[in-house]
Design a protein around this ligand. Structure first.
Ligand code: SF4
Ligand code: SF4
Length: 380
């Protein structure tokens, strides 16, 4: 217990529980020790229905660090079973490719759920909600029936620079709706505003961050594993993301949804966050950012169609490594702008249609999609 630190905000509304944890083997026991210290756990009632929401981006082996590690999920389930029957514990997501069952079978979470009789669900039914500025956003219809435990990983993200607790909630938007927003909102600023408004609207009950191994460079799928060695728990997704960005030395000004959160000061006790950062002596390591974002100076001039075409032709763009590509066409199916077409060898990109959302890179099982740098690198 000595390795566990707990923090409470001045208004007593927020809590953070932190521990260094060397390995996933150690994490199962440590998660139980940490959870019982939380107000969330103390207030759990035996008939509460719990929804575990890990990051299940695409089917990938747990060693690749694309999805939440099964040991983290196992620790949480063991702690919950001390208070709640397994019939009231569920695990679900809306992966970018495949179903909850398909992704969990590959990363090992399925086996854990079978072992403890936890049911899997897909977020296929939707209802429309009205956010602050975005209206008619489809989200998983029954999310309000559960106490939600958000279980993200700490990774870089090609579009938003960073993904952790806030971005993981984007998985509550069912199926193909998720990719369609990349076409409706191709600019990173607008997309990040949607993330900010969504995370402000959906009140999750607790967040447990898998920070033992993360990913930097071309995350969230094709980056490099970075060992961090921590688990962080709390009840405010924005606070958690501020802390985790500091943990890996990413300036929050480079994470647009956190800039919105700080501007709005929504339930954020900045002094409380700074106290924790100083006490825990963050950062622990420096994440390398993805190198494929449109620079903001370019974005601001992109209203002209002619400039857009020039930008699309010469700017940084996704390309396929033919040696790695197995022509599975996941990228073709996933592209929200219909900018990729099938061919007998490898898929072909139409860069005049491409909105640089990098969903293709996210879903590629072979890490075959790389970013060819264009003239926009001069503006970074
Ligand atoms: S680039 Fe990746 S996703 Fe696209 S066809 Fe090749 S292997 Fe499949
Ligand atoms: S080609 Fe890739 S980056 Fe371009 S729009 Fe399609 S999925 Fe997004």
């Amino acid at each position: 217990m000595n390795d566990i630190k707990t923090y409470k905000s001045k208004n007593q509304k927020e809590e953070i529980i932190f521990s260094k944890v060397e390995s996933y083997e150690q994490s199962i026991e440590r998660i139980c020790e940490m959870m019982i210290l939380s107000d969330f756990y103390k207030n759990l009632k035996e008939n509460d229905k719990i929804l575990l929401k890990p990051n299940l981006l695409i089917p990938k082996n747990k060693t690749k660090n694309v999805t939440t590690n099964p040991a983290i999920v196992e620790g949480i389930i063991i702690a919950l079973l001390k208070k709640i029957e397994s019939k009231n514990i569920f695990l679900g997501d809306s992966p970018a490719f495949g179903s909850t069952k398909m992704v969990t079978k590959v990363n090992g979470i399925y086996e854990i759920c079978q072992k403890y009789n936890v049911s899997l669900i897909d977020f296929d039914e939707e209802k429309l909600v009205k956010l602050e500025t975005f209206h008619e956003i489809p989200i998983f219809k029954n999310y309000n029936d559960y106490k939600i435990i958000n279980i993200p990983k700490i990774k870089t993200h090609s579009l938003t620079n960073f993904t952790c607790a806030v971005k993981n909630l984007y998985g509550l938007i069912p199926g193909a709706n998720k990719t369609s927003f990349h076409v409706k909102l191709p600019e990173e600023k607008k997309f990040s505003k949607l993330l900010y408004e969504l995370a402000s609207y959906i009140k999750t009950d607790f967040t447990i961050v898998d920070g033992i191994e993360g990913m930097d460079k071309n995350g969230p799928n094709s980056g490099e594993t970075r060992k961090i060695g921590v688990i962080i728990m709390g009840n405010n997704n924005f606070t958690i993301d501020f802390l985790c960005s500091k943990l890996v030395d990413i300036d929050y000004n480079k994470i647009t949804y956190l800039k919105y959160a700080k501007e709005k000061k929504i339930d954020l006790e900045i002094d409380f966050i700074n106290e924790i950062i100083n006490d825990l002596k963050f950062p622990y390591l420096k994440y390398r950012l993805p190198d494929n974002k449109k620079p903001s100076i370019i974005n601001s001039y992109l209203n002209s169609k002619v400039l857009k075409k020039i930008f699309n032709k010469f700017s940084s763009r996704p390309i396929i490594d033919p040696k790695k590509c197995i022509n599975c066409n996941r990228c073709t199916m996933q592209c929200p702008a219909k900018a990729i077409s099938k061919s007998s060898k490898i898929p072909i990109f139409d860069y005049t249609k491409c909105v640089r959302c990098y969903c293709c890179q996210e879903v590629c099982p072979q890490n075959a999609i790389h970013i060819k740098k264009g003239f926009d690198k001069l503006f970074k």
